[in-house]
Write a protein that binds this ligand. Structure first.
Ligand code: C2E
Ligand code: MG
Ligand code: MG
Length: 765
């Protein structure tokens, strides 16, 4: 747009003013001259060469300034040549006029050669304007149309222009007839060609203006026939100076049309030609003729006119159908490339764009993922989920503005494509993060997004850029969601390790390589075994027994913790039910598997717990789920799940208590039945002799937790007890139950069975 405006402003305005001024001067001169015979009539011959000189300069300037396609440049260079020839021809005529004054001059040979040569060159130029026809059928039809149009046009020009000229005895045989003929060929040729120029290199309107130049020839011929003895002065001063004006106007059109979109070619031109040839027929009809001939001609005209009206109606209908088809094609394309819910572009279109951008320059991709969308969908329903996605898309688009193109890749995954310099994505990511700090209008939900950014230089494969962005997004999620990460090569390593480990875990799960150890939970007063904590182990075929800390984090990141946790839950229930059946209700009160936060987000979790209890026959009250505090703090969805679990009678324990974001309010709202004092507060708690570095803070926390628990009516378990002194110290602080290597290491189920059997014996004794 701005370049168009620039071209427009720089158009050949001065030349236009000069040629128009020359034409106006011609008119003024003629009026004065014919009124009072002022001056020499040879002056009339000056206007045309003056105008042509200016027009030739205008063409030259345009060809030099405007970047033209080769075909257009050739066309305008030829016109420049034609213009120079015309200038030469009319200059020669002007010289002859001054020599023969006060009589009108005869056309000198040089004049005839210049003028006819100029027009021939122009005809050649128009003939060579390329049309860009694709098929042979189209080419054939076009020639047919052009033949019809040419004949129609030529018929009219002949009847009204050339024929009277030939019939005028004084003019017959003069160069004027030849020149008029050439002007007509130029006019008819241009008219028939111009309709098929659809946005090609040469501007259509420019060619149309050239056609109008040919029509000036018709005016000259008419002046010649009807203008009386002074017709040459009238033709030279009034009609011909219009030619340079039209030429400069054509230059102006070409100047401003550079880069204009293509248009559909005319289809009505042949019909116009058919209508045009009716005019001479009617003119003939108006002159004396036999009745039979008149009737024949009149019916022929009437039939042709009616056929044309019919044709017009058909064309209009065709046009309507064509528009409808274009519209439905446009709609179909839109549907195939856009997401119906949010109206954003979809993955297919995104790929297309990405490939295009990467073909020419740098591309930055922001993968934007709505955190915990599944939770909203599962807990508030799909309608709310949909609303949320629409609102999310809106906020994302607003935050992005004109800095990128937003697409929905599917589900809760969005992307923004940014072109331009490498760092352009970072401030945008920050802006998007900020935009989601405000609750979204749907149910006033506060949603967060994680963003992964990657940039690639032109020529990179789209898939590799997307993979980088994916890795960055994955890392962002892993770092705790609600933040953005730019891809760097060193991100790749841990992800691939995770991916490999993820695959391994899956295989191990299917191969049954996981098993459980049970660690005793003991009453401190009499060391009686009252419960067990189930701790998972991976019996790796090469690596041997792998401790949980080496694979639980990866299982959480890859989501495999869900099936793994389900296994732990079912196996614990099965084993606890077996002990219950063997040793009775008083032997072992509870069995505690660990549950990770990721499992609480799984919509099937509550169902899994119920099924594990039902399938094993274990009463709900004998199952205790161990959860970390940070897991419990994870929002309303988790809270609802925990209350459901609580409602079926399963107890909940807060594991590693005191290490996380423990808060009093958590104890009030969370339906916990017990807290497990973390090992870090037990370590060194027994060292109380003066001068020894003891764990005073640990002691303070241990005491506070015990008091807090009793205030809220919760049971306590002290974890990680490694010696007898710790047992004694903890007892004085108010702890009755403990767990630790000193009281029993994690062991095979069979070992627990032995312990229970021994305990039954002592009880009996
Ligand atoms: P946790 O739930 O706090 O489990 C207690 C951990 O402390 C166990 O380590 C146990 O062997 C260890 N431990 C117990 N007494 C002592 C002691 O006196 N001294 C020392 N130094 N350590 C003691 P483990 O089995 O390696 O498990 C580590 C963590 O892995 C667990 O911490 C738990 O958070 C997680 N975990 C274990 N099994 C599972 C499982 O099935 N699911 C999930 N989600 N997490 C599990
Ligand atoms: Mg635990
Ligand atoms: Mg613990």
């Amino acid at each position: 747009m701005s370049t168009d405006m620039g071209n427009f402003r720089r158009g050949p305005w001065l030349q236009l003013a000069l040629t128009a001024g020359t034409a106006l001067l011609g008119v003024l001169w003629f009026i004065r001259w014919s009124a009072g015979g002022h001056g020499d009539k040879a002056t009339a011959y000056l206007f045309m060469p003056a105008g042509l000189a200016v027009a030739a300069f205008a063409i030259l300037r345009m060809v030099r300034t405007v970047p033209l396609a080769p075909a257009a440049a050739r066309f305008w260079w030829q016109l420049f040549g034609g213009c120079l020839l015309l200038f030469g021809g009319y200059s020669a005529l002007a010289v002859a006029a001054f020599r023969s004054a006060p009589d009108y001059p005869a056309m000198p040979i040089a004049g005839t050669v210049g003028v006819c040569g100029g027009m021939l060159v122009a005809i050649h130029a128009v003939a060579r304007v390329p049309l860009g026809v694709a098929t042979r059928y189209e080419l054939g039809r076009q020639w047919l149309d052009r033949a019809i149009a040419f004949l129609g046009c030529a018929g009219v020009l002949y009847h009204f222009g050339l024929a009277p000229l030939i019939d005028t005895p004084e003019l017959r045989g003069r160069p004027l007839v030849t020149m008029t003929l050439l002007a007509f060929v130029l006019a008819a040729g241009s008219i028939t060609k111009v309709s098929y120029i659809n946005g090609g290199p040469v501007d259509r309107v420019a060619v149309r203006l050239l056609a109008a130049m040919g029509l000036v020839g018709a005016v000259v011929a008419m002046i010649g026939v009807n203008g009386g003895p002074d017709w040459p002065a009238a033709a030279q001063a009034l009609a011909l100076p219009v030619v340079p004006v039209l030429l400069v106007l054509a230059v102006h059109r070409q100047w401003i049309s550079a880069g204009a979109p293509p248009r559909r070619p005319n289809t009505w031109l042949p019909y116009l030609a058919v209508a045009a040839v009716q005019v001479p027929v009617v003119d003939v009809l108006l002159h004396p003729a036999a009745t039979a001939e008149r009737v024949a001609a009149a019916t022929a005209v009437a039939v042709i006119m009616l056929v044309m009206i019919r044709q017009y109606l058909v064309m209009r209908e065709n046009g309507r159908l064509l528009r409808e088809r274009e519209e439905s094609e446009r709609r179909a394309r839109h549907e195939a490339t856009h997401d119906p819910l949010t109206g954003l572009a979809n993955r297919a279109l995104f790929r297309e764009w990405l490939v295009q951008v990467l073909a020419t320059g740098d591309a930055t991709v922001l993968l934007v993922d709505l955190d915990d969308f599944k939770t909203v969908n599962d807990s508030l329903g799909h309608d709310v989920g949909d609303e949320l996605l629409v609102a999310f898309a809106g906020t994302l688009s607003d935050a992005t503005g004109d800095d990128g193109r937003v697409v929905r890749l599917g589900g809760d995954e969005f992307a923004v494509l940014v072109t331009g310099p490498r760092q352009a994505g970072d401030p945008l990511a920050q802006r998007i993060m900020t935009a989601f700090e405000v609750p979204i209008s749907v149910h006033r939900l506060l949603v967060h997004a994680s963003i992964g950014i990657a940039t690639a230089p032109s020529g990179t494969a789209a898939s590799s850029l997307l993979r980088d962005a994916d890795i960055a997004l994955y890392t962002a999620k892993q770092r705790g969601k609600g933040n953005w990460v730019r891809y760097t090569a060193d991100l790749q390593q841990p992800v691939f390790t995770d991916v490999r480990l993820g695959g391994e875990l899956r295989r191990a799960l299917d191969a049954g390589e996981f098993r459980l150890l049970y660690q005793p939970i003991v009453r401190l007063a009499d060391r009686r075994l009252i419960g067990v904590e189930a701790l998972v182990r991976w019996q790796h075929p090469q690596r041997g027994l792998v401790p949980p800390l080496e694979f639980i984090p990866a299982a959480e990141r890859t989501g495999l913790i869900v099936p793994l946790g389900r296994f732990v839950l079912r196996e614990t229930c099965r084993q606890a039910a077996a002990w219950l059946a063997e040793f009775g209700p008083h032997a072992l009160e509870k069995a505690s598997p660990n549950v990770s936060v990721r499992q609480l987000h799984d919509p099937d979790f509550v169902g899994d717990v119920k099924a594990a209890l039902a399938d094993s026959g274990l009463p709900a009250g004998r199952l205790v789920l161990e959860l970390t505090e940070s897991a419990v703090l994870r929002g309303p969805q988790v809270s609802r799940v925990l209350h459901e679990i609580h409602a079926i009678g399963v107890r909940l324990a807060l594991d590693d208590f005191g290490t996380g974001e423990s808060s009093l309010s958590l104890l009030r709202t969370f339906p916990a039945a017990m807290v497990k004092l973390d090992k870090s507060f037990v370590d060194g708690i027994e060292l109380e002799h003066p001068g020894t570095p003891g764990n005073d803070a640990g002691q303070a926390v241990a005491r506070a937790v015990a008091q807090l628990a009793s205030a809220f009516g919760l049971d306590t378990v002290a974890e990680g007890i490694e010696n007898e002194e710790q047992v004694q110290r903890l007892r004085t602080l108010g702890y009755t139950v403990g767990q630790g290597y000193h009281l029993g290491r994690p062991m095979e189920a069979g070992k627990i069975t032995e312990l229970l059997a021994r305990q039954r014996l002592t009880a009996a004794a």
